[in-house]
Design a protein around this ligand. Structure first.
Ligand SMILES: *Cc1c(COP(=O)(O)O)cnc(C)c1O
Length: 239
């Protein structure tokens, strides 16, 4: 087996194993393969290995990759049917002036952390006559340099976003602190889970509020134990 197929199998096996340990079903979990450091050959390879949720953190790169995939699909009908199944997730920090370009490619955005950005998305989506799903990014690690709305302001922002006509508030996203200290990672994911349940319990956002996006190559097993429904994994697959 080649390296990427081998890595992917290990990740999928680990997800199964961790789910079994904490009495969850792996069918509740979506693996988003993060391709920001992958080349085009590697991206085609994961698509052909059945990965249908891919994540990217720069709009410009997303545009190049999806244009290249469309060109490939144009030449090859078999690739066309495989590529048409790919769902793109925008996972990186998003500037308001990139929203229009992004929404033509992806209708799932993980990184919404301000009212102004949410307003821009809703306004642009209304012009395009679409209703994208977004996750509110929360800074659960309490590191000041991080993106994400502070935990204490999250409920209020969720309430505001939930009233916007052309947005579905589909859940929360968070990143663990950059540390080898597992207790700090667990504390951050625990905080995200608590906030997620609070927003669900208060019925702020409706039935589509069901995703908790957390867990990367270093910490996805801990994230599963804390209720993650979307994992964003790159280097464990491509390194
Ligand atoms: C790069 C990135 C990931 C994936 O990180 P790995 O450590 O490569 O698995 C996940 N989420 C975001 C927001 C990223 O920028």
């Amino acid at each position: 087996m080649n390296k990427i197929a081998d890595n992917l199998k290990k990740v999928r096996d680990n997800i199964e194993e961790t789910c079994a340990k904490c009495a969850r079903s792996s069918s509740e979990i979506t693996l988003v393969v993060v391709v920001k450091s992958a080349n085009f050959e590697q991206i085609k390879e994961v698509i052909n290995l059945g990965c249908d949720h891919l994540g990217e953190n720069r709009v410009q790169h997303l545009k190049i990759v999806t244009d290249d995939l469309s060109a490939l699909a144009g030449q090859n009908p078999e690739q066309a049917s495989i590529c048409s199944k790919v769902n793109w997730h925008m996972i990186g920090h998003l500037q308001r002036n990139k929203v229009r370009q992004l929404l033509r490619i992806s209708e799932f955005i993980h990184s919404v952390d301000t009212l102004r950005l949410a307003e821009e998305i809703s306004k642009t989506a209304s012009r395009l006559d679409i209703c994208p799903s977004i996750l509110m990014e929360v800074n659960c690690s309490q590191e000041p340099q991080k993106h994400g709305v502070p935990v204490g302001a999250a409920i209020h922002l969720a309430e505001q976003i939930a009233t916007m006509p052309n947005i579905k508030l589909a859940g929360l996203m968070t990143m663990a602190p950059l540390t080898l200290d597992k207790d700090l990672v667990k504390a951050a994911f625990g905080r995200a889970k608590e906030l997620f349940e609070e927003i669900q319990g208060e019925k702020i956002a409706g039935a589509h509020f069901k995703h908790l996006s957390m867990g990367m190559s270093q910490d996805y097993q801990i994230a599963i134990e804390h209720g993650a429904t979307i994992l964003r994994i790159g280097s464990a697959i491509f390194a």
